[in-house]
Design a protein around this ligand. Structure first.
Ligand code: 5GP
Ligand code: MN
Length: 348
């Protein structure tokens, strides 16, 4: 049995919203990762199973290695044609927002959501959600993926039977990717109870791992090699690694969406690295996109929120700047000494 992490009140409220809805739109965050796509599609397959109309709308495109997911080709990408997203949001009667804690994270969808007056349900696992975003807020920062919350909510509403294989595959993808294949944030025993249930629903977890991890482009591996050989700096005093990529470098390696995903984790194979920062130019959005990862107690999200307009989880966070790449890294090196003590305290 799973413990009842979601409150009885939240379950009732969410059930009531879903019961009275016919046409549901599900949205998740910009730069969709496995949990964003997985939790959204998990909810989508469940809603379909109980005969609701459902559409997933994401702000921008998601990596090719998630495109095997059932009905991922039905996902509407707002950046590819905002008019379509406008129409879909206009005619829905319930909005379910998953895996983000503030509307800034949905970029082009933010103004559309702000003007929408349909009921809104938020399912999230980030710290400090903006509770004004939604009528019902299911927020559990202690849970390692939004996909796990979707599973828990469906079960608590009494629909465990309605989780079909497609729903289970989507949920498993989110759980697996948000824990780095169950290598971090993954010590809660109930995660493995849920996995057992998903396997019983017919998922092939080994195949899902291969579809996501062994299906990359040659360019991805090449750019990773380039980053390791030429672009990674190690600062032993701060147990920190820094990697940067310019647009020019990414185009030289014919980088596609998702190709740079995971580069930020590579420095952790070096003994003693506690903090890893990855800075990449994003001219299309006029910013430098930053990914932070940490080990142990070092709060990557504090660095992101205190200095880089961002946030996230203790060990996985991000942010952005409107500075040049050079100035962004300069700023990072200026603020790093503030964290020297915390960085040195981590036992790994
Ligand atoms: P990634 O490095 O994979 O883009 O993001 C890792 C995590 O950091 C995300 O799951 C999200 O929680 C958080 N994050 C990334 N970028 C931002 C941002 O710009 N703002 C906030 N608030 N959180 C972010
Ligand atoms: Mn997530």
């Amino acid at each position: 049995m799973l413990s009842k992490i979601i409150s009885e009140e939240n379950v009732k409220e969410a059930y009531s919203l879903i019961k009275h809805a016919e046409n549901v739109v599900i949205v998740s965050h910009m730069g969709p990762d496995g949990d964003a796509v997985g939790s959204s599609l998990g909810m989508y397959h469940f809603l379909k199973e109980i005969n609701k109309k459902a559409t997933v709308v994401l702000p921008n495109d998601f990596p090719a290695y998630f495109k095997w997911m059932p009905d991922s080709d039905a996902i509407v990408i707002a950046e590819d044609g905002l008019d379509k997203a406008v129409q879909i949001l206009k005619y829905c009667d319930l909005l379910i927002m998953i895996d983000f804690n503030e509307l800034g994270r949905v970029n082009v969808l933010k103004p559309l959501i702000e003007v929408s007056n349909v009921p809104k349900l938020l399912i999230d696992h980030h710290l400090d959600p903006d509770v004004n975003m939604a009528d019902v807020v299911i927020s559990h920062p202690d849970i390692s993926s939004a996909s796990e919350l979707v599973f828990r909510l469906i079960c608590r509403m009494g629909f465990a039977q309605q989780i079909n294989k497609s729903c289970a595959e989507s949920i498993y993808t989110g759980m697996m990717t948000d824990t780095g294949g169950f290598t971090y944030n993954s010590n809660q025993s109930e995660i493995y109870f849920i996995i057992a249930e998903l396997v019983r629903k017919g998922i092939d977890k080994d195949l899902i791992y291969r579809k996501i991890n062994f299906s990359h482009t040659e360019s991805r591996l090449r750019i990773m090699g380039f980053c390791m050989y030429k672009k990674m700096r190690i600062y032993p005093k701060y147990h920190t690694a820094v990697i940067t990529l310019t647009e020019e470098e990414m185009s030289r390696f014919q980088t596609q969406t998702g190709d740079t995903e995971g580069i930020v984790n590579l420095p952790f194979s070096i003994k003693g690295i506690v903090f890893s920062a990855f800075f990449r130019e994003d001219k299309k959005h006029g910013k430098i996109k930053i990914s932070f990862r940490s080990q142990g107690s070092f709060p990557a999200n504090r660095v992101a929120s205190e200095h880089f307009n961002g946030g996230g989880h203790l060990n996985a966070a991000g942010g952005d700047t409107r500075l040049s790449l050079r100035d962004t890294v300069k700023r990072f090196m200026e603020v790093l000494p503030e964290y020297e003590q915390l960085l040195n305290e981590v036992k790994i």
